[in-house]
Design a protein around this ligand. Structure first.
Ligand code: ADP
Length: 457
């Protein structure tokens, strides 16, 4: 059982683990996506601002020239040594002076490099129009690079004429991804740690949940085990008696015929007991099985009660017990299986007669209560103690095993009654003060065609 619990816990943990891990990865992906978008927006804004600032200042020709060096003092011109400058477009883009985080590259319209920030990565960068790419820097850092067309606004030759915007070349701006990469690393480890911790908690929860789920299974399994042991025990007793008689008779074959007859009677009696036990067990197994929709019919509880009173009246008069029917004028119809309802009433009546001493009385009463029929078997017998009232519906339970066995009871009568009541969606209760008389009450839902029931609209 603990192996099954472990397996169940492992399945729970695997399912929870997949969900947790998936959720963790999803969260990680979303956070990274939003960081990336923020970075793209930042680079786009800086690029746009730079573009607008450079447009009126650019020299007419896109080539490394002293005029260009004057506009962008911080950049290295291609073909000349780099001159470090204190700042680059300080008015608009303070942050891109941070050469650790940003670099700039200017390209002519054919894509040839004209100027670049000192230390900017060497990339083949001809890119027409706005383009994103990730490039590796000299120190191994990664940069997010954005390329846009650079325009040059030409001052009109004479006042009043429209200003012209000409294609000048390309501006490439790169933003270091080292911060983002470090953030990714941090988030990745945080996700892993949280998922591992959550899995540890989920492992404990899975063990507890599997225990909870196994509890009813375990109870059913123990009940089944107990039932098998009890059934084997009950079957073994008559069989042992039967074999003992046959064995004894075999050794004294020539003895007198009366002994033979007695042996046969014992064998027959034990055989009958065995047969009763087996058919009760089979009936219980059938009642425990899935409900059969077919075979249900409207049965008159009143008629069944009358029939059984008649059938048991002989046994009652032998036991000197008075038997009578109370109520039963109404025809109470129940939707069910007739043979099972016969068995239900007969088991209760026979018990009442069996456990009532001579001179006592058994009353079977029938009445309607709303949409339910009430069947009560009241006797003035030996009664049932409160402790036994909790157990009399258990299989093979007998309050007084010696007496019951003598009278041929299997200990299955009331468990069959309870199973039939369950099958008919009813309820059964028992009342007794423990020493004088018991009353069994069965409540069953009435069939729609039962006289007196409100007609459904
Ligand atoms: P059995 O076949 O032994 O009668 P049941 O399941 O019908 O088995 O009943 C279980 C036990 O309940 C009986 O052994 C008996 O002790 C007790 N019992 C059942 N009905 C009555 C009753 N009417 N009065 C007193 N005891 C009863």
């Amino acid at each position: 059982m603990s192996r099954s619990r472990l397996q169940l816990a492992a399945v729970y943990l695997a399912v929870i683990g997949v969900i947790l891990y998936g959720a963790g990865l999803g969260m990680f992906g979303l956070l990274m996506r939003s960081n990336w978008s923020a970075l793209e927006r930042e680079v786009e804004t800086v690029a746009g601002t730079l573009h607008d600032s450079l447009k009126p200042l650019l020299p007419a020709e896109a080539r490394p020239s002293p005029q260009l060096a004057a506009v962008l003092p911080g950049l290295c011109l291609v073909g000349s040594p780099c001159q470090p400058a204190p700042s680059l477009i300080p008015r608009h883009a303070v942050s891109i002076t941070d050469s650790e985080r940003f670099y700039l590259r200017l390209l002519d319209p054919r894509g040839a490099l004209i100027a670049h920030s000192p230390g900017s990565p060497r990339v083949k960068a001809e890119r027409p129009g706005p383009t994103w790419m990730v490039v590796a820097g000299l120190g191994g850092d990664r940069f997010l690079q954005y390329s846009i067309h650079l325009h040059h606004s030409h001052t009109p030759a004479h006042p009043g004429a429209n200003a012209q915007e000409l294609d000048w070349g390309y501006l490439q701006i790169g933003r270091s991804l080292s911060g983002l990469d470090a953030e990714r690393q941090r988030l990745w480890w945080a996700t892993q740690t949280i998922v591992v911790l959550a899995l540890l908690v989920a492992g404990l929860a899975s063990w507890w949940l599997s225990g909870l789920a196994m509890r009813p299974l375990l109870a059913a399994y123990r009940q089944q085990e107990q039932f098998t042991a009890d059934a084997a025990h009950e079957l073994r007793a008559p069989l042992a008696n039967l074999l003992a008689v046959v064995e004894a008779h075999k050794t004294q074959l020539s003895a007198d015929p009366l002994a033979g007859e007695h042996a046969l009677a014992v064998v027959y009696g034990q055989g009958q007991r065995l047969s009763r036990l087996i058919s009760d067990l089979l009936l219980l197994a059938r009642l425990d099985g899935p409900e059969a929709g077919a075979g249900l019919q409207s049965c008159s509880l009143t008629q069944i009660a009358r029939d059984l009173l008649e059938e048991t009246s002989e046994g009652a008069s032998i036991a000197e017990v008075q038997l009578r029917l109370q109520g039963g004028d109404d025809d109470l119809n129940v939707l069910g299986v007739e043979s099972e309802l016969y068995r239900l009433v007969s088991n209760m009546l026979l018990n009442a007669i069996q456990y009532t001493p001579s001179g006592g009385e058994v009353v079977l009463s029938l009445k309607r209560e709303g949409s339910h029929g009430l069947l009560e078997v009241q006797d003035s017998g030996i009664g049932i103690t409160p402790a036994d009232q909790q157990r009399i519906f258990d299989r093979f339970f007998r309050s007084d095993p010696g007496r019951s066995r003598r009278q041929g009871g299997t200990g299955l009568g009331l468990s069959i009654v309870a199973a039939i009541v369950r099958r008919h969606r009813g309820a059964i209760t028992v009342r007794s003060d423990g020493h004088s008389g018991s009353c069994f009450t069965v409540t069953l839902p009435l069939a729609a065609n039962s006289p007196g029931l409100p007609v459904p609209r």
